[in-house]
Design a binder for this molecule. Structure first.
Ligand SMILES: NC(=O)c1ccc[n+]([C@@H]2O[C@H](COP(=O)([O-])OP(=O)(O)OC[C@H]3O[C@@H](n4cnc5c(N)ncnc54)[C@H](O)[C@@H]3O)[C@@H](O)[C@H]2O)c1
Length: 398
């Protein structure tokens, strides 16, 4: 105690260990992940660890320093190899664009770091395979950041399916719709799926609902896909024409190992849609419906309700202590926001690292990330050939 009656906080006596984080990329996801790490110690009354934001890496010194200061990083650097090799770092968090997932993640794993990598695991199937294989060889923890698994409503959906509340699962029906490219005259720089790596909507947002299909319904064994690019030339801000090959919408039929069937639709030309991810699952005893823009609710229909006059979908607010993934300081009815998917996902990963737990089945490991890429590749092939494509069990590869 000092003379004024204040006690110094002794952080060396902390009952939750420090885990040192190195973040690659300071853009949208770099900031969302940093925010999530910062929120962890006060979102959970017994947090697994106190993440320490050690260093962040980007190419523009002025901008990366600004973000480092905003989020409280101790250091920053301009060379991703420095970050991936740094022996002080426990978790390498790859928030770089899709085409920079492979090399930095491989190097970080080789240097013995646990690695989080944003989705999709890679733009190239072979690279995704190498990443999943390296993770197995080296034995570090890995997570491909399919953050929507970590929303309370999604985990409740999985619980209901696992405990048989829906009965036999017949159908999965998912859409992920945005409007970035609906205007043919929109500049290419403003159309995320057509700009830069031209990752397209299937990779960019379709990957999320393929992972959701896998997380909730199970292994996908065959697909029929149709990809479409409406605006094959777009101008940039200097007036130069850019040829576009990225899909602006993809529709696919899925067949699951357990006999269920499904459809998925990704679109960047759904005029009026901001970030609509909606899916419905129908089973022999019930159905569920989820809308990401209303993420604190899960709509549930159960045939167990015997009074026909009140049978219908219940709009369940998933904020009670009985629901999964509750934030202790938020009482019932106090909603979580979109960014909490990442808070829960990263907290889960810290738990896996600190307590040596498996990332799956709740989190998506690099093997799960690879699984999604296999389905994407099958949809690409199906669309190109105009034929149904079967998918062999990924477990045989890695
Ligand atoms: N899970 C989600 O909900 C979600 C949402 C959006 C994006 N993403 C994914 O997150 C990743 C990043 O997307 P974003 O929207 O944050 O992109 P962004 O363009 O906003 O940020 C990318 C960052 O990477 C940095 N970078 C790029 N190349 C680099 C290099 N060679 N060395 C160092 N830094 C480099 C850039 O400077 C920038 O800071 C992508 O893979 C994307 O698909 C995921």
């Amino acid at each position: 105690m000092n003379l004024n009656g204040f006690y110094q906080v002794d952080y060396s006596k902390s009952d939750f260990p420090e885990v040192k984080i190195g973040t690659l990329g300071y853009g949208f996801m770099g900031q969302i992940h940093s925010n999530a790490f910062i929120k962890i110690p006060f979102s959970f009354s017994n947090p697994i660890s106190r993440p320490v934001l050690l260093a962040i890496c980007g190419r523009n010194q002025k901008k990366v320093e600004h973000i480092a200061r905003r989020f409280g990083y101790k250091e920053y650097c301009l060379d991703w190899q420095l970050l991936a090799k740094d022996p002080r770092i426990d978790i390498f968090d790859n928030c770089a664009p899709d085409d920079w997932h492979y090399l930095p993640s491989i190097l970080a794993m080789e240097k013995g770091k646990h690695v989080i990598c944003e989705k999709p695991l890679s733009l190239k199937l072979d690279e995704a395979f190498q990443m999943a294989k390296k993770a197995q060889e080296v034995g570090v923890k890995t997570m491909c950041c399919y953050n929507y698994r970590f929303l309370p409503a999604v985990q409740l959906a999985r619980q209901l399916i696992e405990q048989g509340t829906l009965g036999i699962i017949y159908q999965f029906r998912a859409k992920y719709l945005q409007q970035a490219g609906h205007n043919p005259f929109e500049l290419v720089e403003k159309v995320w799926y057509a700009h830069g790596t031209q990752s397209g909507t299937l990779m960019g947002i379709g990957s999320h609902i393929i992972d959701m299909a896998y997380f909730l319904v199970g292994e996908i064994t065959a697909v029929c896909g149709l990809k479409k690019t409406y605006n094959q030339i777009r101008k940039d801000s200097l007036g130069k024409d850019h040829p576009i090959s990225a899909d602006e919408c993809t529709i696919a039929i899925l067949e699951f190992k357990n006999g269920a069937v499904g459809t998925i639709e990704s679109s960047g030309v759904s005029t009026g849609r901001k970030n609509y991810q909606g899916w419905e699952i129908n089973g022999s005893k019930g159905s569920i419906f989820f809308d990401l823009e209303d993420l604190n609710h899960l709509q549930v229909y159960s045939t167990d309700i015997n009074s026909p006059e009140i049978q219908g979908f219940s709009n369940v607010l998933v904020t009670d202590a009985e629901h999964p993934l509750q934030i202790k300081y938020l009482p019932s009815g106090h909603n979580q926001g979109w960014e909490y998917g990442h808070v829960h996902a990263l907290h889960h990963f810290l738990d896996c690292v600190v307590n040596d737990k498996p990332v799956g089945p709740l989190g998506a490991s690099f093997q799960d990330g690879y699984r999604v890429q296999v389905v994407i590749e099958a949809i690409n092939q199906s669309s190109a050939k105009g034929k149904r494509v079967e998918i062999k069990d990924v477990g045989e590869d890695i």
